[in-house]
Design a protein around this ligand. Sequence first.
Ligand code: ADP
Ligand code: MG
Length: 522
Amino acid sequence: MSSSATKKIIGIDLGTSNSCVALLEGTEPVVIHNQEGGRTTPSMVSWSGEDDIIVGAPSKRQMVTNPTRTVFGIKRLIGRKFSSPEVQELASSLPYSVVSAKNGDAWVRIDNETHSPQEISAHILSKMRRVAEEYLGDAIDEAIITVPAYFDEVQRQATKDAGTIAGLTVRAIINEPTAAALAHGAHHEHDQRLAVFDFGGGTFDISILAIESGVFEVLSTSGDSQLGGDDFDRVIIDFLADEFQTRNEFDLRTDAVALQRLKEAAERAKIELSSTMTTDVNLPFIAAGSTGPIHLQRQLSRRELESACRHLLDQLGSPCEKALGAAHCRPEDVDQVILVGGMTRMPAVQEKALDIFGKPPSKGVNPDEIVAMGAAIHSGIMGGELQEIILLDVTPLSLGVRVISGKMSVLIPANTTIPARESKIFATIEDNQTFVAIEVYQGEAEMAAQNRRLGRFILGDLPRAPRGQVRVEVSFTLDADGILEVEAVEHSTGREASVTIEAASGLSQDEILRLAGKTRGY
Ligand code: ADP
Ligand code: MG
């Protein structure tokens, strides 16, 4: 088909567990079914046989028999260092192998080849792109991709690179809660405060937004990166496996195939119990005993699920309190609570949200689709189909420089509205010091080394003087796209130096181009 004047920009929710693609038809966002008929696609990629790559539901289905070559949850690795505590903790619990790349990034090893998270994410994005192309009957090369509000610059850039590898020009990376608020139709209403309560497969994210005169502002974000639907599945697995072990003296968790079947059954039971009070878990021939095959058959009730998962449900409160505190809000100042993510279909989770915010959460838009729909709406704003809405976001993490003690001196604190500009004055620490090295970090740890290092530059030719007498003013300017400009000026001489920090995702431009040739055709 010929390329029409109004090229479509697709909106992609690249989720930890599931991804979703939507586009704007007229002024309405439409979620597109994948080839398997699903409105969301498991964010899973597997390698089978000779270099054959399978994405989505078919990948999830063959996971039982191909556990070491099936990658899920790649979003938890993207833009992260192998040595980071998050990756270390995760790597030991994953059935596939996570390794350190030459540059220290966390990569995945399948057989004898290593793959970057950007490349693996690109397979998922490529699939989403194909889904949209088949629906439209036209090529698509532009997308808006959503990321968690707390993603740092490196994670955002890595996501963008994944888009490039998938052959997409990424027109914008927007925050998931902002997208959800857009799809919720919040811009049509009066000024208000929103809480976006996003509970997915692997993480819980809570954001407080303000909408005033059509301007969206993310006031604060918090969450728990170790709390998700998978934890509920694990509780059910242990519950069933413990009971089975007591009766049959066999631990199902020691058998990979049995464990995988149990895992699927646990998730299915959890999902069913969102709409029914009891469900049957039925796993015939789950183990072989001395007297023949053993079956696992049991009825599970919603009450059993809720009481076994009470400790997980109770963990939802404290991030909400933190986010409210950072936004200087009380629960009663929040006008609406928007539910996002598959886990918010669980009645006990909805009750928890009601408990925390003192009002029933809204159930207007499908929680699995709301983020992709918001991304499609944003594409309409960028493409001019929808009237201008201004999005203001905040920095999720503090930005600062390393000082002599090794601590980070913060210039732009977390949750500052961007664009932002801040300066601080620093003094020399040695007599006749001729240069200062400005090292820029992002993160919340007191010690700079524990945060993400974004870049470094030197201001030289300082005037000779006793220590403490030469003063250098460092300024940070963060623009609306999250690009940071750092300047340093020595006022007596007017000497200055500056650097624009555009986070590198860990892949060179050449690597991105090389990989771009490898992710077509699902
Ligand atoms: P992510 O944003 O991490 O990709 P999703 O929003 O797709 O995640 O949520 C996936 C999680 O939601 C999974 O743990 C899944 O089991 C759970 N889930 C999906 N539907 C339901 C349901 N009806 N009831 C309870 N949990 C559900
Ligand atoms: Mg999600």
